[in-house]
Design a protein. Structure first.
Lengths: 631, 356
């Protein structure tokens, strides 16, 4: 910068500002533009401005189901983006499970029948793809048969329980597939059960979780790609996808995904008496931190969320509500627990496991770690409320169960020959076994940064150490956590097995932690029973567990079923293969009624607590009403 | 031949060194994230394996490993297995050569976590947001901070007494603290500004007046959460540089010689500016890394979050893609400062021209 003085300064104090004035010419320009930006931004956008944007009165905002940037809406991926995953907005299931009544409600299928050797469904004659073609039995057989061909698809494992899935026409004859089948097409599908491994429960699970895809679109695509699933998985299905649901994908970005109502949805006439859904735009904003959900609900920017909002009672005055207006606020369906490694000492000792189960302060966990969002914990693996309550037996719980009682914990330790060594301050130093040897410290793994789990683990460790059990927390990087979980690289580890409410509960919860199927040694992956409980090749194997696991799905007689569950739960309580800690909903359900009213609640339980669009919660889109806004 | 053009020789020499630095950085960027024990496919399997039996889960895992080029594949496109039936992992060296080849063709690969998205796609959507947030905060912050600092050093008195502690406070507050404070007071308590997002939830990204108005409104809090901190830091730096320069021999000597005051001040200002300029260039270089904390607090779009999730999930191609971008920007910024300072600072120019 050259200096050109037009006048000599009289004294120094004025010089620098002058110099700066010159230097600052750019700065000044920048300053002005900054002001301009601020001025521009001061004209706050009108909410219902016609210049772009979704009208608030027709838009429902929900969050918490999509965390990362949207990448693909391919219905065959294991984790497609919202709303392809758990939602019935684009692709639909045959049936929907009502976790309040235990009944299956019709969707693509108008009816179903569980027979001795098969499960049959009949497709609703009105069901249509959004390109006008009918939904046929062939679409269903194709969807399931893909799982037979491609073992990595989510639907593949069902084939260990099925022998065939076939389409039948009105006359009861098997109907082979005809592309462009014309006016007549089969509507009856028969799922024939595998005779060796009869399990209608998992088939029912699949009927309410597997979304049906359009054969006339998908099959030619596969043919084009030479049948390669790798290539197929690269398709994003983000434009003009053919689906049967009440909404279509409108647009998406890294901040949100938006769907628009399909006014020609077949179900309007067939399922909802000719009514359209009240919501025209379903929008899912993608937030990056947990507090954004709670603030969004409080400010009425969000209508529903399925995230953990701590201390929800403090947000009641801002209109944030949940299933219940009082403790436990939510309807639980799963049990977060500590999986115990049965191949590691000393947790392989039943006395040690029971001692731990008596030692943990469950009340502290419920009140401090999860904001009281849980019914008080009862012994066993059966939920003592809701649909599972009929299988729960209070007498057995008192007789065989465990609960927070430090004295009983100490007694169990003593019975197992364990002696804790405390220092002068009363802190645990180590634990000795019956031979006087120090037993290894048991580390409890949990992913770093999962704050609710971290608090749970801290409370568990504190209460175990208080009675003399040498346990410590070990928070690990999430990527290492999963490997440790599957390969059995842990002493104890946090996990919520089989968390979704489904027709197969509570059987599938028992199965997830007690099955001996595909038993693998430590270091190899197991996706169920990761604690390696009840090794069929080891001494002490309890064959009765496997018998009961195979028996329960086939039982039709209520009394026999009650007896079988009672026995299984009793074995669980006696063996304590894992340490249940608290109850928790599969997905949280919070909402604000600032813009939409008549959401389902415990007082108005016309639907289970699912955000609109989620499985059976889809029906709520026809029942909620826009709230007139004073403006 | 270049003897007669010392400046050009200097520039070419520097360029050579920067190229070597670049190669080393790229190599480290590639290997560092892959050295750990973690495997990105495990995290994917955690979600994908729900309800799968062992055979299906194994099949799915191999499909992922193959997709991301982490295992050896034979001529028929089948995954190769070792004697124990485990898939044979592709060696790091061959992965590296494949990566270099692809990068030279401008292909950064596909993201693992956001499969099937391409890394370049992710960067392309996030980068404009990062630049819009970072560039003005750094430039405005730098100018305003330096002006305030120089004024404080020169004026002393009440202005300095007020400005200095304020600047100290602004620069000492951790960014997350300040951001949360702004958000709590202005958007949660007073509800003057939105608490989260880059624009109204009811809009999609498009070029319209309504969108620009909305995006500007959402811009204010994230902007100030960084801006004030930059201003504070720059002001303190500039203030002490100016005070130092005011006390140097050349200033005293010039004063004794009777050199005009504003000329002295001009020299002084130029000298005090040099380190600040280097700082500016470095800040501009690293800015593509994103303002992670601001992004998290305000759920603001940008690259910072993409990098964080990539690192958490061991999304190797995305990590490497982002670090490559950062490397290039930092080196480019440093290189330009190196050259620029040579022209601006006579001492360095002299050193360059004498060859050392």
């Amino acid at each position: 910068m050259t200096e050109t003085h037009d006048s000599a300064p009289t004294h120094g104090t004025q010089v620098l500002p002058r110099a700066l004035f010159r230097c600052g010419r750019i700065g000044r320009a920048l300053g002005f533009s900054l002001l301009a930006v601020l001025a521009l931004s001061d004209c706050r956008p009108q909410k219902d401005d016609s210049g772009g944007g979704f009208p608030r009165a027709e838009t429902f905002y929900q969050a918490g189901r999509q965390w990362g940037e949207p990448s693909s809406f391919n219905p065959l991926l294991s984790n497609p983006d919202w709303p392809v995953g758990a939602m019935n907005l684009l692709y639909e299931t045959l049936l929907m499970y009502n976790s309040l009544t235990g009944k299956m409600e019709p969707l693509l299928a108008e009816s179903y029948q569980a027979l001795d050797d098969s499960v049959e469904v009949t497709i609703n004659p009105a069901a249509r793809w959004n390109d006008g073609k009918p939904v046929t039995a062939w679409d269903v057989t194709y969807t399931f048969e893909l799982g037979q061909k491609y073992k990595s698809l989510n639907i593949a494992p069902i084939w260990q329980y099925l022998s065939s899935v076939k389409a039948y026409d009105e006359s009861g004859k098997e109907a082979p597939y005809q592309a462009n089948g014309g006016a007549s097409y089969p509507r009856r599908v028969v799922f024939a059960l595998n005779k060796e491994k009869k399990n209608p429960l998992v088939v029912l699970d699949a009927l309410q979780s597997q979304r049906i895809i359009p054969r006339h679109v998908i099959e030619p695509k596969f043919a084009e790609l030479g049948g390669s699933l790798d290539e197929f998985n690269k398709l994003k299905f983000d434009k003009d996808a053919v689906s049967s649901g009440p909404y279509k994908l409108l647009s998406y970005s890294s901040e949100k995904i938006a769907c628009i109502r399909d006014d020609n949805y077949w179900g309007n006439a067939a399922l909802y008496g000719g009514k359209k859904a009240a919501v025209k735009y379903m929008v899912h904003p993608i937030y990056k931190s947990n507090d954004a959900f709670s603030i969004g609900l409080q400010q009425g920017r969000l209508d529903a969320s399925s995230t953990f909002v701590p201390r929800i009672w403090l947000k009641h005055k801002k209109g944030v509500r949940s299933w219940l207006d009082h403790e436990p606020f939510f309807l639980s369906s799963s049990i977060p627990m500590l999986l115990v490694n049965h191949k590691h000492h000393p947790a392989d000792d039943v006395h040690m496991r029971r001692a731990m189960a008596f030692a943990i302060n469950y009340k502290d966990i419920r009140e401090l770690a999860v904001s009281g969002y849980s019914e008080p914990l009862k012994p066993g693996l059966i939920l003592p409320f809701g649909l599972e309550q009929k299988f729960y037996n209070e007498e057995d719980s008192k007789k065989y169960g465990t609960w927070f009682d430090p004295e009983l914990a100490k007694a169990e330790l003593k019975a197992g020959g364990f002696t804790p060594v405390f220092n002068k301050d009363g802190d645990l130093v180590e634990t000795h076994d019956k031979n006087g040897q120090k037993v290894p410290t048991m580390y409890i793994k949990s992913p770093t940064g999962w704050s609710d789990w971290e608090s749970i683990v801290r409370i568990a460790v504190k209460s175990m150490r208080a009675v003399g059990i040498d346990a410590r927390e070990r928070f690990v990087d999430a990527s290492l956590f999963w490997n440790a979980l599957f390969e059995g690289d842990f002493d104890m580890i946090m996990n919520t097995p089989s968390s979704d409410p489904s027709p197969s509960k509570p059987w599938s919860r028992f199965e997830a932690i007690m099955t001996t199927q595909d038993f693998a040694p430590l270091g190899e992956k197991m996706y169920k029973n990761m604690g390696r409980f009840n090794d069929p090749k080891a001494p002490g194997y309890i064959p009765r567990i496997d018998e009961l696991m195979a028996l329960i799905p086939t039982l039709k007689d209520e009394a026999a079923l009650l007896a079988a569950y009672r026995e299984l739960n009793m074995i669980f309580m006696q063996q304590q293969p894992t340490l249940p800690l608290v109850y928790r909903p599969d997905a949280f359900y919070e909402f604000s009624e600032k813009h939409w009213s008549n959401m389902a609640t415990a007082e108005n339980p016309y639907l289970p607590p699912l955000v609109p669009g989620d499985r059976l919660g889809t029906k709520m889109l026809w029942s909620i009403k826009p709230v007139p806004q004073a403006n | 031949m270049l003897k007669n053009y010392p400046a050009l020789k200097h520039i070419l020499g520097r360029a050579g060194w920067y190229f070597v630095t670049f190669l080393v950085a790229v190599t480290i960027n590639f290997f560092l994230p892959r050295l750990g024990d973690a495997n990105p496919v495990n995290a994917m399997m955690a979600k994908a394996s729900a309800g799968l039996d062992s055979a299906s889960a194994k099949e799915k895992e191999e499909q992922y490993l193959k997709e991301f080029g982490l295992v050896q594949v034979d001529d028929q496109g089948k995954v190769e297995h070792d004697a124990q039936g485990r898939p044979v992992r592709t060696s790091l060296a061959s992965q590296f050569f494949k990566y270099v080849g692809m990068s030279l063709r401008g292909d950064l690969g596909g993201s693992i976590l956001q499969h099937p998205k391409r890394v370049s796609e992710i960067i392309k959507t996030a980068l404009p947001w990062t630049l819009t947030l970072q560039l003005p905060t750094i430039i405005f912050g730098w100018f305003i901070g330096n002006i305030l600092g120089a004024l404080a050093a020169y004026k002393r008195g009440a202005f300095d007494k007020l400005m200095y502690p304020l600047a100290l406070l602004a620069s000492a507050i951790p960014a997350f603290c300040f951001g949360i404070l702004l958000k709590y007071v202005l958007s949660i308590r007073l509800e003057w500004f939105p608490a989260a997002g880059g624009y109204d939830d009811g809009m999609m990204q498009e070029l319209s007046r309504a969108f620009v108005a909305s995006a500007s409104y959402y811009y204010i809090l994230p902007f100030f959460s960084v801006f004030l901190i930059v201003v504070g830091g720059q002001a303190i730096g500039m203030r002490s540089m100016c005070i130092y320069e005011l006390g140097t021999d050349y200033v005293k000597y010039a004063k004794l010689l009777g050199v005009k005051e504003n000329k002295i001040l001009y020299y002084m200002f130029r000298n005090a500016m040099l380190p600040q300029l280097t700082g500016l260039a470095l800040a501009l270089g690293t800015m593509v890394g994103g303002a992670l904390i601001t992004e998290i607090i305000f759920s603001y779009p940008g690259l910072g979050m993409a990098i964080l999730t990539a690192i958490e999930g061991n999304d190797y191609p995305l990590i490497t893609g982002c670090t490559l971008l950062i490397t290039i920007c930092v080196l480019a910024a440093n290189f330009s400062v190196d050259i620029l300072v040579g022209f601006l600072d006579p001492r360095i120019r002299a050193a360059q021209q004498t060859g050392k």
